[in-house]
Design a protein. Structure first.
Length: 195
């Protein structure tokens, strides 16, 4: 059963990866670099700051930092447990697929997919009622993660598993954030009782 799933995963990867062409390589190389998303992050920061103010925004960013660190560590545990070769490093297919970028680390599962989905889930659950079209935030993990398939760095199963991890960790951090905010409000209420 596992062999069948991995075989289908490889076939789907070969198909999706094969859709690329040299014309678009530069675009996807640009999209896969985290530093190139800084304008997007700054826009998010600004929107959050306008809703929460500087103190609560920094408090929220602390949760985001812990979330990314935790998701990274989970990803590393999976990578070193399963030791699945990336497509670009797999000698069975790397001679005929499009390898635009090479990484020698293990590929299961995608840290890019896990981190972007974790942060998107966390922020979406907090701000879905404040921003009308905040669901568009999920375009970020979709575009970012697809770039990994395009470049020859991840199989679709690496991406989907990363998404699942990100959904779980993002939701868990959202619950922790809710608990912390509630505790803070109760604590503030005790300091400044309403008369």
């Amino acid at each position: 059963m596992l062999e069948k799933i991995l075989s289908l995963d490889t076939q789907l990867f070969i198909y999706l990866n094969g859709l690329g062409s040299e014309t678009y390589d530069g675009f996807w190389l640009f999209m896969t670099k985290q530093v190139n998303w800084i304008p997007f992050f700054l826009l998010l920061f600004y929107l959050i700051y306008k809703k929460l103010g500087i103190k609560q925004t920094l408090y929220l960013l602390l949760f985001v930092a812990v979330l990314v660190a935790a998701t990274d560590q989970i990803t590393n545990v999976f990578k070193f447990t399963f030791k699945r070769l990336r497509p670009c490093s797999n000698p069975e297919i790397n001679t005929f697929i499009r390898v635009v970028q090479v990484r020698t680390s293990f590929g299961f599962f995608s840290g890019h997919a896990a981190n972007t989905m974790a942060v998107s889930t966390f922020l979406y659950l907090i701000f879905k009622k404040q921003f009308k079209y905040f669901g568009f935030l999920f375009l970020w993990p979709l575009i970012f993660a697809y770039s990994r398939i395009y470049l020859g760095l991840h199989y679709p199963l690496d991406i989907l598993s990363g998404y699942l991890c990100g959904l779980i960790t993002g939701y868990a951090m959202y619950k922790a954030y809710q608990w912390a905010i509630k505790k803070e409000i109760i604590s503030e209420g005790k300091k400044n009782p309403i008369r």
